[in-house]
Design a protein around this ligand. Structure first.
Ligand code: C5P
Length: 221
């Protein structure tokens, strides 16, 4: 893995890390790992098979997930495109419940590490810099207030012609944040050596510029 450069981008949902991880990966010509999608796919696989989220069989499902991603990032489960249902708040909430389980996290570890292919990888998630790629030479942590993140999500939903309730979204985001931050295994927190950027009051282009400056300083772009 020594000829593979890894850039980790962690942070809560709605911090903009998904969009930025894709932009940075495209710019560097690196592979992209959307680790949240693996937790979401595991939750969907459990639902599809009628397996309860607290059943030990969920870890087996995680370990044997028949999933792949198209070039544009669209996710497939058992060769069926599940991208729409995958990205809903409901699936995110289910993913966050199974993500608190150590057996599920362990079952997904090797699969995440396998994304590290030359010339490099941008890994997006919650524990990329702390657990999955602790030796990465570049670690970023994106944050933003729950209100700002809920507002961004609200706008996205309205733009897609879907109904949305801002107060409910803020509550959902807070519940998911608390679960991700307070869990015993791989809690959401910046690695000690990560650059933390709060994007609450800055446009995405300015955040991207800060990230690129950080990567340039490390000779990565
Ligand atoms: O990033 P995304 O919103 O798709 O993640 C869905 C859920 O999966 C998160 O709320 C979190 O609980 C879990 N997750 C995780 N570790 C990761 C990525 C996601 O625990 N590396």
């Amino acid at each position: 893995m020594s000829n593979v450069t890894i850039v980790t981008i962690d942070g809560p949902s709605g911090s903009g890390k998904g969009t930025l991880a894709r932009r940075i990966a495209d710019r560097l010509g690196f592979h992209l790992l959307d680790s949240g999608a693996l937790y979401r796919l595991t939750a969907l696989a459990a639902q599809k098979k009628g397996v309860a989220l607290d059943d030990p069989a969920v870890a087996d499902l995680a370990g044997s997930l028949n999933a792949h991603f198209a070039a544009d990032g669209a996710a497939f489960l058992d060769d069926v495109c599940v991208d729409d249902v995958l990205r809903t708040e409901q699936t995110g909430a289910l993913a966050s419940q199974i993500a608190a389980r150590p057996d599920v996290r362990a079952a997904l570890l090797a699969r995440q590490k396998a994304f590290a292919q030359a010339p490099g990888l941008v890994a997006d998630g919650r524990d990329m810099g702390t657990v999955v790629f602790p030796d990465a030479p570049a670690k970023l942590f994106l944050d933003a207030s729950a209100e700002v993140r809920a507002n961004r999500r609200y706008k996205q939903l309205i733009e897609h012609g879907l109904s949305a309730n801002l107060t409910a979204l803020i509550d959902e985001i807070r519940v998911r944040d608390d679960r991700d931050r307070d869990r015993a295994v791989a809690p959401l927190r910046p690695a000690a050596d990560a650059l933390v950027i709060d994007s609450s009051d800055i446009a995405i282009e300015a955040v991207e510029a800060q990230m690129l400056e950080y990567l340039r300083a490390r000779g990565i772009c």
